[in-house]
Ligand binder design. Sequence first.
Ligand code: PMP
Length: 359
Amino acid sequence: MNRVRESAPQLAGIIPYDPKYLSAQMYMSANENPRDVDPDIRSQIDEAVRKVSLNRYPDPLANDLRDEIAQANGLDREWVLVGNGGDELLFDTALAWGGAGRTFLNLPPTFSVYEANARLTNTPIMNIERFSEDFSIDEDRVLAALADPTNNIAFTIIASPNNPTGLRAPQVFLEKLLNSTDALVMVDEAYFEFSRETMRPYLERHENLVILRTFSKAFSLAGVRIGYILAHPAVIREYMKVRQPYSVDAVSQAIARVVFRNRNAFEPAIHDIISERERIISELKVIPGVQFFPSDSNWVLFRISHAEQAWQYLYDNGILVRDFSSTKLLENTLRVTVGTPEQNSAFLRTLRDFALRKD
Ligand code: PMP
């Protein structure tokens, strides 16, 4: 037969995730670390990878890595689960806590993958938009929505700092939220190394708290695909039911263990990113027609008239940033990932040039 039946109905209208990666001289679009791991760590990685038996299945739970992550967080391994990037654990969240009749509470604008996963799992979505001036959370509406049993909210995901807007969620609010509901509350800390704030101290007291972390940003491993969650053992056990048994391959496990053991070596680069972020903000302030949004992370979101043209001008000059101008609530915005000092200077120079031409 030369035809195929339609795919599952929930796929209708879904656009496959597109990071909008294009080849460029300067990549400032995907919130990656601009520096690869340093040569000393790289040679330790090479040695560890050489020892991996490629013909054998990996440890399904990555227990050695799990132990190291647990220990660093003052926990036992039952409180940790490793995934194929944070993305896999986000999908597992929708599989384990979503489904027909189990509402996902979403706070847009935020990471688009949350909503896509809910749709794929037939999970109803309730959107409570952030305030448009500063993208802070409408706390009263969120608490009221959770308190209303007719909404049947089963889980929510709050990125802190929030991608792509930039700021963290106030801990006082997150604690209130955790106390007000038995819904699962995932706090996505993919960028917490840049904000220096974590919900880890709240973990033992709240069985409904899940913390998501990744090796893709501060630890320069976006190409390797390692993320993890911290949660109560009973919650981790539910995640284990839905995860793919061998999703975290042996090579990635070996690389992540070397990097995690060397994590202190990444601190100077994290400091540099934070101080460069502040430099970008202070220089954006004096570019005519640019409105920036404060950031606790490794990027800065800004609004500019003719944003699409600005994106193109930057791209024509070798600089790839992320264009959010056609995303609801983010009209006329672009997001620049903090790069090396040279890349940041080139970005600022080029954007200033564009703004002055338009003035
Ligand atoms: N959460 C947020 C908010 C992100 O921006 C990202 C990466 N774009 C992730 C999770 C997932 O990252 P990874 O799959 O690379 O661990």
